[in-house]
Design a protein around this ligand. Structure first.
Ligand code: ATP
Length: 373
């Protein structure tokens, strides 16, 4: 804490070929990842992809089968949790019901045998940061879920951890509180600058909180990058469809000389894009376009689109979300979802022209599902 500063030490965390097997099952498969000093890194992936296991290995709660974990230059791979100076916040909060808020927050300091006045000073500091000074005498049963979560976070930062680990800490909160707490945790982390690894399966949480996002699936790290990078340049169909809602449209198309052809639509392509697809002419690839990277001619603005391709279809279904409208446009057997800002009344069965932003299209290899462009 230092006397006048609230900045916690910064530590780089490096994972080298980190692997965890449970019997024959590989939960984490040769992970290589460096989390920078003071960074907020989000580990994102579907249930069972190995996020929690990775976090538990960093905390020292799980021993890797192979690979290394470094905090700065220190090899901590086989150190017990107490020698790592990490704190972890769990989904279940795990605050102790028989202790007051004060005692809960003070507990890790007592274990470390801090003097009483230092404990008092730190508990006050953490409680102030989390805005729970008024609650110090209460028991967890007398708190709301959001307040309990604040206590858990206060208890995690009170020891000035080198690394803060958070495992889906907001998933037990209702939707509104979750949004508010996202911003609070992010601001707190920016203030403390503590290296933070945050696990979630919620892509919106990842996009809004992470300095960088590491996307995992089936024990493997697929892509690491800033939220904008992974959103704009996903390296695979998995990342492309996991991030963004509604998800990216993915359609099978064949590559012709100067165009892509799917079921019921044909997209003319400029030379520079064709150049990247030269080796794929005559083959089938996966075409990807996000719903927000298209407009409907005559209905919404072309805004920032530099060059477009036009395809004609029929309105199949309309989802009015209030702030946006999702229009499902049918092209014979294919359906493409287009997201338009605002409330757009459109009749089902109406013929429309969809304009595709050609600078936002994605092409993936059909077999490897890796991005070609
Ligand atoms: P979730 O979001 O559901 O917690 P996750 O991405 O955090 O998922 P992990 O909890 O890391 O996933 O689990 C990864 C895989 O390893 C899962 O298939 C899980 O069943 C398996 N696994 C985890 N712990 C053990 C264990 N102790 N013994 C056997 N298998 C385990």
């Amino acid at each position: 804490m230092g006397n006048n500063t609230e900045v916690i030490k910064m530590v780089e965390v490096r994972l080298e070929n980190l692997t965890k097997k449970f019997g024959d099952f590989t939960a984490v498969n040769s992970l290589n990842l460096t989390i920078k000093d003071g960074e907020f890194l989000v580990l994102l992936g579907p249930s069972g992809c190995g996020k929690t296991t990775t976090l538990r290995m960093i905390a020292g709660l799980e021993e890797p089968t192979s690979g290394k974990i470094y905090f700065g230059d220190r090899d901590v791979t086989y150190l017990p949790p107490k020698d790592r100076n990490v704190s972890m916040v769990f989904q279940s909060y795990a605050v102790w019901p028989h202790m007051t808020v004060y005692e809960n927050i003070a507990f890790p300091l007592k274990i470390k045998k801090y003097p009483k006045d230092e404990i008092e000073r730190r508990v006050k500091w953490a409680a102030e940061l989390l805005q729970i000074e008024e609650l110090l005498d209460r028991y967890p049963a007398q708190l709301s879920g959001g307040q309990r979560q604040r206590v858990a976070v206060a208890r995690a930062i009170v020891v000035e951890p080198d690394v803060l680990l958070m495992d889906e800490p907001l998933s037990n909160l209702d939707a509104k509180l979750r949004v508010a707490m996202r911003a609070e945790i992010k601001k707190l982390q920016q203030k403390l600058k503590v290296t933070t690894i945050y696990v979630t399966h919620d892509q919106v949480e990842a996009m809004t909180m992470g300095d960088r996002i590491a996307v995992m699936n089936r024990g493997k790290l697929l892509q690491v990058g800033s939220p904008t990078e992974v959103y704009l340049n996903p390296n695979s169909v998995f990342v492309a469809t996991f991030i963004g809602a509604p998800e990216m449209n993915i359609l099978e198309v064949s590559v012709g000389e100067g165009y892509l052809e799917g079921e019921g639509f044909k997209i003319e392509l400029p030379d520079d894009i064709m150049e990247a697809l030269r080796n794929y002419i005559g083959k089938t690839v996966l075409f990807g376009i996000r719903p927000e990277h298209m407009v409907i001619e005559g209905i919404s603005e072309l805004a920032h689109m530099r060059r477009t391709a036009k395809i004609k279809g029929v309105v199949d279904f309309v989802e009015a979300l209030g702030t946006d409208t999702i229009v499902h446009v049918r092209f014979e057997e294919s359906i493409i979802k287009v997201k338009l800002p605002g409330h757009i009344p459109l009749e089902i069965g109406k013929e429309v022209s969809v304009l595709i932003d050609l600078d936002k299209i994605h092409i993936f290899d059909k077999n490897s599902e890796k991005a070609i462009i």
